[in-house]
Structure formats: structure tokens, C-alpha cells
Design a binder for this molecule. Structure first.
Ligand code: 5GP
Length: 114
């Protein structure tokens, strides 16, 4: 059996985290090293290492992450000013190879991102 990802260990409560949302397909936690005053990670329970390795059957799951992100942003009062980010690949800043969506809010978010 392959080793669990960091986020699977968090999902299984082996590593503590501040959970803000959970359902049968995903969960959301506050980022341990926030890049904005509000920084939440929306994570599928099923580990997918990166976008290009999604199966066709994962399309609905990944859409669900955006849906859950919108719901969380509303619950957290992000209003309509938040950024939704997926870092895909080490060169693009991905450090945990278990697909996840960042929600960032609470500061000016310039464009293009760094
Ligand atoms: P990535 O760099 O892969 O796009 O995002 C991974 C994110 O996970 C980073 O923003 C990082 O701060 C966060 N992170 C890493 N380890 C932990 C942890 O143990 N707990 C929490 N809550 N976040 C973590």
C-alpha cells in the first residue's frame, strides 16, 4: 500500500488541523502558513497527485471542490473578494502532491500572481 499523503493523515486525524468544512467528498482546513489573512485549503478525500493525473471519473469531484469553496467563502464572509488557486507541479509552487484548492482572502490580491 502506498504511503498516505500529508492531507490524508490530516483527514484521518493523525495530524491536527483547524477544520472549517467537511462532507462526504472533501474537507477544508486553515493553512498552517497562511499567505493571506484568510487562507483555506479545500481537499478531496480521494488523493489525486496533480491535475493531469485526474481520471475522467474525477471531473465531478474536482467541480465539487469549487462548489464547496464557494460555500465556504460565503460562510466565512469572504464577500466576493477571494482568490481560488491550484498550484500544479513543483515549478508552480505545489508542495503537497494531493490536489487541493487554495482560497485566499483578506488582503489586496494583485494580478498577475507571482
Ligand atoms: P501547495 O504548496 O502544495 O500548493 O500547498 C500546500 C499548502 O499546505 C501550503 O500552503 C502549506 O502551508 C500547507 N501545509 C503544509 N503542511 C501543512 C499542515 O501540516 N497543516 C496545514 N493546515 N497546512 C499545511
Amino acid at each position: 500500500m502506498s504511503e498516505k499523503t500529508l492531507f490524508e493523515r490530516i483527514m484521518d486525524r493523525e495530524i491536527p488541523a483547524d477544520f472549517v468544512y467537511e462532507d462526504d467528498r472533501c474537507f477544508a482546513i486553515r493553512d498552517i502558513n497562511p499567505a493571506a489573512p484568510q487562507h483555506i485549503l479545500v481537499i478531496p478525500r480521494k488523493p489525486i497527485d496533480r491535475i493531469q493525473n485526474m481520471a475522467e471519473a474525477d471531473r465531478e469531484l474536482v467541480g465539487h471542490l469549487l462548489w464547496a469553496g464557494g460555500k465556504i467563502a460565503k460562510e466565512q464572509g469572504f464577500e466576493d473578494a477571494y482568490r481560488v488557486v491550484i498550484n500544479n507541479g513543483a515549478g508552480a509552487g505545489q508542495s503537497v502532491f494531493h490536489l487541493h484548492v487554495h482560497l485566499l482572502s483578506g488582503r489586496d490580491l494583485s494580478w498577475p500572481p507571482g
